[in-house]
Structures are given as C-alpha cells and as structure tokens.
Design a protein around this ligand. Structure first.
Ligand code: ADP
Ligand code: MG
Length: 332
C-alpha cells in the first residue's frame, strides 16, 4: 500500500491558482481559484473555449506571464517539493527546459533565429547527455527530427528557423522539448499548425516517451477528439474558473456541468473519437472586465436559476469527479 501511495503522489499539485492582468481599465482576475494535479506517466487535459485562461495557467507555472501586466496573485504549485510560483529566476531557469518543457502555441518565439536548427537541438543534448560525443549528439538530433516527421533530417540540421515553414518550426520546437526528456511536458494547443498525419505521429511520440520515462503531460486543447485519445484526467475551464474535473471516461460518458454537456452535446456520438473541435454554445463568455456576482456560466446556461445568478458556484465532489454547479444533481 505504501508503494502504491508513493506512486500516486502527484508530480505537480496546483492549489488555488489566481492570476490577474492589469489593463487601462483596471485589474482583473483571469484565472481564479484553479486547482489540479498531475501524476507521473499521466496526461491532464485542460479544455475550454478560447479566452478561458488555459494558456495563462500554463505560463504562470513557468514564470512566463507577460510582465508587468500579468501577475500571480494567489495559490501555489508544488513540483518535486518546490513551489514553482515562488522560485527565483535562477531556480526557474534551471527547471525550465530541463525538468519542465513547454511546447507553445506560437513556435517562432522560442527558437533562436541566428542559430541553425541542428545547433539548437545539439545544445539540448549537450546539457542533457554530456557523456555523448559530438557525432553521437548529431545523430540523435537528426533522429529526433525524423521522429517528429521532418523529411531529410540530416540536411535540415543546417537550416535556420526562417527557412522553415510554420509547421516545420513547430516540429523542431517539439523535438527540442522532447530531447530533454522532461519530467513534465506542457503542450499548449500544439496541433493547431500541424496537419492531421503529423499530429497523430507527434501524439504517438509523446505517448511513447511517456511510457519510457514516466513523463507527465499537461495537454491544452480545444479538440475533444485529442482529449479522448490522450488524456487520463480532464479539467474543463470556463471564464478563468474550474467548471468540471474528472477522469476522461466520466467527462465523456457522465458530464455533470451544463457547460461540459453543451460542449459534448453538439458532437454526434460516433464522431466523438475522431473529428471533434469544440462546438459553439449560444451566447458569449463574459469578458474579464465584467463583474459577475454568481456563476459565470449562468448567462448561457439553460438551467440557470436566480441562485446561480446571485451566488458563485461552489465545488461539489463525488469520488474523483468535481463539478462547480449549484444544480448538477438535478440533471447530472
Ligand atoms: N497580455 C495580456 N493582457 C491582458 N489580458 C490578457 C493577456 N493575455 C491574456 N489575457 C486575458 O486572459 C484571459 C485568458 O487568456 P488565455 O489564457 O490566453 O486563454 P486561452 O488560452 O484559454 O484561450 C483572456 O480573457 C485574455 O483576454
Ligand atoms: Mg491559449
């Protein structure tokens, strides 16, 4: 039992994360009281419509919020005994791209424009596999490019980022993130710039590495098909807050939050596992400047009552399944 308990200890445990942005109009919470954890070897999906706070959540873990506008204003994120939200820049530098790697939505920002792809990839191996000689590192770099679907990888080692298409740059970024065999990989909508075949190949590669090294993954996506394929746990976010959290099976088969139900209901069952981009639900996400007294989903919720409009939704949990909704029992 003790060994099992140790296995279940989360690699990352985020408690009550709160992030605010200051704009000309004032200061606003864009992530509010969000908690989740990820265990080694598992994949957590962060799901929700655009603007609901998924990227901000990921960036805050790595200390990459745009300064000075964005600021962590509450919570903690325990990773291997350290609070990621309270690290010095130096400690953070040591963890980033080493123990934690992130694949961004926009790949250009993370590649150095003045160095060749091969040099950048080989630098990763210099850091992580110092025992290897230059020739071996070069071979590994080429092999990694091949694995992420880059044709003629040997020749591509000499290319500079601007000589590659957006999709190719994204693949190089993924190669660099995977080359360092991180304990935690955060993928922020990595597939938006990739075609379907490459996407499948990369998801496969991530899963292989996960099985080999026990890497934990946080997978941010609006593609429910990808969620069904790769995630073990799912956190559905709405307007900066948690809406529902459960194992992937429960999210698809027994969604309790009207928002999750809305996301799923527009998808014909047979298609759930294939082509399933988040459908649109009528109405709009409240803007961050809007003060909402009650549940933030109330203005779009088919079941909302006066209580929902007055009182913030509280977390209700059954075993392994949490839902932030006053009324879920009535239709869950
Ligand atoms: N640099 C910024 N300045 C002000 N607000 C921002 C900034 N970046 C993000 N936001 C706001 O934070 C909220 C969450 O954004 P984000 O995490 O990017 O959403 P998602 O990744 O779920 O699409 C949005 O309402 C967005 O307008
Ligand atoms: Mg985003």
């Amino acid at each position: 039992m003790a060994a099992q308990g140790a296995l279940m200890t989360p690699l990352l445990k985020v408690d009550n994360l709160a992030v605010s942005f200051t704009t000309e109009a004032g200061s606003f919470r864009v992530v509010d009281d969000v908690s989740f954890s990820v265990t080694a070897g598992q994949t957590l999906g962060l799901v929700g419509e655009s603007g609901c706070g998924k990227s901000v959540t990921a960036l805050s873990l790595l200390g990459l919020l745009p300064k000075p506008a964005g600021r962590v204003v509450g919570g903690r994120a325990l990773f291997q005994g350290q609070d990621l939200l309270a690290l010095s820049p130096e400690q953070r530098y040591r963890i980033r791209g080493n123990k934690i790697a992130m694949i961004f939505q926009e790949p250009m920002t993370a590649l150095n424009p003045v160095h060749s792809v091969g040099r950048q990839l080989m630098e990763v191996y210099e850091l992580h596999r110092p025992e290897l000689g230059k020739r071996e590192r070069r071979a590994l770099a080429a092999e990694m490019l091949r694995q992420v679907g880059i044709p003629e990888p040997e020749a591509r080692l000499g290319s500079y980022p601007h000589q590659l298409s957006g999709g190719m740059r994204q693949r190089v970024m993924i190669a660099m993130a995977l080359a360092c065999e991180p304990d935690l990989l955060i993928c922020d909508e990595p597939s938006t710039a990739l075609d379907v075949t490459i996407q499948a190949q990369i998801l496969h590669l991530i899963r292989e590495l996960q099985q080999k090294t026990g890497m934990a993954v946080i997978f941010i996506t609006h593609d429910l098909g990808v969620v069904a394929q790769v995630c073990d746990q799912v956190l559905v976010m709405y307007a900066g807050r948690s809406a529902e959290q459960a194992g992937v099976f429960d999210i698809f088969e027994r969604p309790l939050h009207p928002y999750t139900q809305g996301l799923l209901s527009a998808i014909p069952r047979l298609e759930r596992a294939s082509k399933t981009i988040l459908p649109t639900i009528k109405g709009q996400v409240p803007s961050i400047e809007e003060q909402v007294a009650g549940c933030r989903f109330a203005n779009r919720c088919p079941h909302a009552t006066d209580r929902c409009r007055r009182q913030p939704e509280a977390e209700l949990a059954v075993v392994g399944h949490s839902v932030w909704c006053h009324h879920w029992r009535e239709w869950g």
